[in-house]
Design a protein around this ligand. Structure first.
Ligand code: SF4
Length: 324
């Protein structure tokens, strides 16, 4: 891993996962800190510069760890929809990522008190079956070899059949398991978007191969065409992408597909614009509707309908979930 500096909360030193992570990056400079927020929430940080020299922060998460799903996220028809935040920030660097407006820092935080997350899940399960997106504020699968967080969620799912976990990724992960209540969600974007806007992520052809292999292994696989980005020639780009995906992936075996145009909370967009004055994505003249920045309604509708239309040639409409 490329972390040269690792900040460790004093109390995190007692956790076996902390020792495991530190042992995997023996050359990193370790700095003891009192609380992760002393580093992560500092004022006047240069987030773009930090991304180039990303530090790791190992910490213990108090307070809320599992949250009700936000309105801009898709529930896929699940009633008790939550997302978990066991890591903050991502090894990848997508220009459009809402985390750029959400966090004051680009450094990554890994929480090591995973047993507390398990206890939170068990408490919520008392109210009924639940669906947890475990990899929203990060990419757990891309980080799994260092942190083991994706493995933790898989083990928790194995122990609780009324828990459904989604692990979303832009990595080309080699899925070998077929746990019935774990969904591997591969985000697919046209090559142009990957090259220009999804820095450090796996090439889209590799993600398609990984999704195809995961299906062969019997895993539950979701394809996410989300966010759809309005690039020049977006129709041709998405036609090519879905053509390639459908020629290599058995769409009949997909759990489902998600489709959503780019959207971001207006508040995050303002922060993103301040932190990234050169970002074309951030400075697009979005329309703000109910506090959410999005493409003009006509464009938004057209993009979503066009992509759904392409997908309907390969998968039933009932398996296509849209954001609005
Ligand atoms: S992979 Fe997801 S979480 Fe990571 S930078 Fe890209 S959009 Fe953000």
């Amino acid at each position: 891993m490329r972390f040269a500096h690792i900040y460790v909360e004093e109390r995190a030193f007692g956790y076996p996962l902390t020792e495991k992570i530190l042992a995997k990056i023996p050359d990193a400079h370790v700095i003891k800190i009192k609380h992760y927020k002393d580093v992560f929430d500092r004022k006047r940080q240069d987030a773009p510069l930090q991304k180039e020299h990303q530090a790791l922060i190992i910490a213990v998460r108090d307070g809320s760890r599992i949250f009700k799903g936000a309105p801009v996220c898709q529930s896929f028809g699940n009633k008790n929809f939550y997302y978990a935040s066991s890591m903050m920030n991502c090894p990848f660097d997508c220009e459009y990522c809402y985390l750029k407006g959400m966090y004051p820092s680009s450094n990554m935080v890994v929480f090591v008190n995973l047993e507390d997350y398990r206890a939170d899940v068990e408490e919520k399960l008392r109210e009924g079956p639940m669906y947890v997106c475990a990899s929203y504020d990060t990419d757990l699968l891309a980080m799994n070899s260092l942190t083991g967080h994706a493995d933790f969620w898989k083990e928790t799912a194995l122990d609780h059949e009324d828990l459904l976990v989604e692990l979303r990724t832009k990595a080309a992960v080699d899925v070998k398991d077929n746990i019935p209540n774990v969904i591997y969600a591969f985000t697919l974007s046209p090559e142009e978007v990957v090259t220009d806007l999804e820095c450090y992520t796996a090439p889209v052809s590799a993600r398609i191969s990984a999704a195809a292999k995961a299906i062969e292994a019997g895993a539950k696989v979701r394809l996410c065409f989300d966010p759809i980005i309005k690039i020049a020639g977006w129709k041709e780009a998405y036609e090519k992408l879905i053509g390639e995906a459908s020629s290599r992936i058995d769409f009949g075996k997909l759990t489902d597909v998600s489709v959503g145009t780019f959207r971001i909370s207006g508040d995050y967009l303002n922060k993103m614009r301040r932190a990234y004055p050169g970002s074309k994505t951030a400075w697009y003249p979005y329309v703000i509707k109910d506090g959410v920045a999005q493409y003009e309604p006509e464009t938004d509708k057209e993009m979503q309908a066009f992509v759904c239309g392409l997908l309907e040639k390969h998968i039933g409409r009932e398996k296509i979930f849209t954001w609005n």
